[in-house]
Design a protein around this ligand. Structure first.
Ligand SMILES: Cc1cc2nc3c(=O)[nH]c(=O)nc-3n(C[C@H](O)[C@H](O)[C@H](O)COP(=O)(O)OP(=O)(O)OC[C@H]3O[C@@H](n4cnc5c(N)ncnc54)[C@H](O)[C@@H]3O)c2cc1C
Length: 465
């Protein structure tokens, strides 16, 4: 049985068939809308698919999946288009664009929502936020709920309510044979386990059913502090000691010349942190006080607010970026000093080390309960450099690799949602222990020919693998 990616040059018959099936919703290179339709968040992933099909419902999804399988076409699946590896656009194949599928049904009493996978995290959060409710996604509103949920989903509510997948109750998914399955803990439990962290390997999810949490009282915003070895290490220590209601995302970086930063901070190393406290206002202020007293804040917008306001306006993605992610267990002053040293050495337009202290509800779920198995890891790190000229890529890539090597502690591991195009060994690092073999076995059951290969790929188990 072949596990090779599908060939990528559709004959004109496949394109005409797509046109016949979908009319103007199948966008081809001759169409004026083509360039916008093939664009994704990272502009440098500049690929030219044979067609982009804007699906309107699960039937459309099933037709596209079936046609791609029958004609042997590479299939890219696009929800919010934020894949770091550019997996949501194909060179020569079909892009199945879900962004028109934005239906949402909120059951306020039952505290659940069925949401179509064309919604972004920001759109979903606004819709359910109108009822004082939320499901946690990430730190960026324009990320699609499709990709982030299938990878795991770590954001502003991770310590209080766990990963996004910890609030996932059910899903509807079109598998490689074109069939629409409803999956949950009782129905196709193996598939339900696999899609909670296993990415887009198992089919196209058309709808998710999420649990909703009360966020009527919420304290959040941005706190900017000067970055020194002491403030960085103390920030991490405070984030670990904080009540679970508080999740933080700390970006250590050189303050860009943006109006948000006082002019005096421009060009200086800062901790630019998202603070998110889900709970009683007074307790939230007390939880944030120790961070405010680490140093004189450069900027501080932390205040009681409506949870959806945590997402700012959508920003376009950078053209050129290199990134590397890992888990570490501790940030003492030596680690913090290494962070500063590497950021200072970067020649990029913007260089950042993002630190997310985990734990809380996320860590209480058993490792084998979902395909996201890094439950006990304490700090998620994402390193990145944004630059303007592609010729500089090698230098920035070396910088990010050296930086990651300097921070490495004890055990490999990466969050699949933060993986670029880094090869199979790195994909395996996302799935420690028995997770990898179990995912391969489930892949063999639901996608034996690896139709869904344009992703952080888990090749189906074969007799010998
Ligand atoms: C600026 C930025 C900020 C981020 N912040 C966070 C964060 O705070 N927390 C976090 O956890 N992650 C974060 N991420 C990572 C993000 O979760 C992943 O990049 C995710 O895959 C993006 O989802 P998407 O739907 O926008 O992307 P897409 O590019 O549309 O999809 C990515 C991949 O997911 C699969 N996929 C998407 N939708 C479906 C579907 N409906 N059915 C089947 N497969 C599907 C496909 O394999 C596709 O190639 C961030 C990424 C960016 C670029």
């Amino acid at each position: 049985m072949s596990t090779q990616p599908h060939p990528t040059s559709p004959g004109t018959d496949a394109v005409s068939e797509l046109r016949a099936l979908f009319g103007g919703r199948a966008i081809v290179p001759e169409d004026g809308a083509y360039d916008a339709a093939r664009a994704i968040f990272y502009g440098s992933r500049n690929r030219r698919p044979a067609a982009v099909v804007r699906a309107k419902d699960a039937d459309d999804v099933s037709r596209v999946v079936t046609l791609a399988r029958e004609k042997g076409l590479e299939l890219a699946v696009k929800s919010g288009g934020h894949s770091l590896a550019g997996h949501s656009v194909s060179e020569g194949g079909i892009v199945l664009d879900l962004s028109r599928m934005k239906g949402i049904e909120v059951d306020v009493e039952a505290r659940t929502a069925w949401a179509e996978t064309g919604l972004t995290a920001g759109e979903y959060t606004s819709a359910v936020g109108a009822h004082g409710l939320a499901t946690g996604f990430g730190d960026t509103g324009s990320v699609g709920i499709g990709g982030i949920t299938l990878g795991g989903g770590a954001g502003f509510l991770v310590r209080k309510h766990g990963l996004t997948i910890d609030s996932l109750l059910a899903a509807e998914i079109v598998t490689a044979d074109g069939e629409l399955l409803r999956v949950d803990a009782m129905t196709h439990p193996d598939l339900f386990w696999a899609i909670r962290g296993g990415g887009g390997n198992f089919g196209v999810v058309t709808r998710f059913k999420f649990r909703l949490h009360g966020v009527a009282e919420f304290v959040g915003g941005m706190l900017v502090l000067p970055a020194t070895p002491d403030t960085i290490a103390s920030f991490v220590a405070e984030a670990e000691a904080a009540p679970e209601e508080l999740s933080t995302i700390a970006n250590v970086m050189v303050a860009p010349p943006m109006p948000f930063f006082p002019a005096a901070a421009h060009g200086k190393l800062v901790i630019f942190a998202f603070m998110a406290y889900s709970g009683d206002t007074e307790a939230g202020e007390s939880a944030i006080a120790p961070f405010r007293s680490l140093a004189e804040p450069i900027a501080d917008t932390v205040t009681p607010m409506r949870y959806p306001e945590m997402y700012g306006p959508d920003e376009p993605g950078p053209d050129e970026e290199v990134a590397r992610s890992l888990f570490i267990e501790a940030v003492d002053v030596d680690v913090a000093a290494a962070i500063i040293e590497h950021l200072r050495a970067s020649t990029a337009m913007m260089a950042v080390a993002q630190l997310r202290v985990l734990g809380g509800a996320m860590a209480r779920i058993p490792e084998e309960a979902t395909a996201f198995a890094h439950r006990k890891r304490r700090i998620m790190v994402a390193l990145g450099a944004i630059f303007g000229n592609r010729e500089e890529e090698t230098a920035h890539r070396e910088w990010v690799d050296d930086f990651a090597a300097a921070l490495y502690q004890e055990e490999p591991g990466v969050y699949v949602g933060f993986l670029g195009d880094e090869g199979e060994e790195r994909v395996k690092e996302a799935y420690p222990g028995k997770t990898w073999e179990r995912l391969k076995a489930i892949k063999a059951r639901y996608d034996p020919e690896n139709l869904f290969s344009l992703n952080q790929n888990i090749a189906p188990q074969t007799g010998s693998s």
